[in-house]
Design a protein. Sequence first.
Length: 125
Amino acid sequence: MLLSRLSGRKVCERVKTKGILWKGKHMQARIMHGLPRNFPVTTPPSILVGILTSTRLHKSAVKRNRMRRRCKEALRVTLKNQIPNTKFQGSSQLLLLPRSSSLSAPYGEILADAVSLISFLSPRG
């Protein structure tokens, strides 16, 4: 399973408005299944991730970037460990929205949020 970057203002805005909301302890995610409209049909199954942090979370750009990096790394590690055990049918678009608690939270709690997010993404049954 590939972990790619979700980019483009229109694509991110569409996921933000029409995506399914998932809430965790230290992050939220908006999820849309399938690829964006501008991707070719032959693209292999992948998870496209965009991370959105505003100045409302923290005024310091350094700390906002740290929130982004911690959440993305937890998701990457979880995907690397979970993929052999989980069957993903198709692609998904994720827009991660870290909460301000992700800055001071232990990494294990952020990792637990990422595990529950991936289990939410995987097909049931």
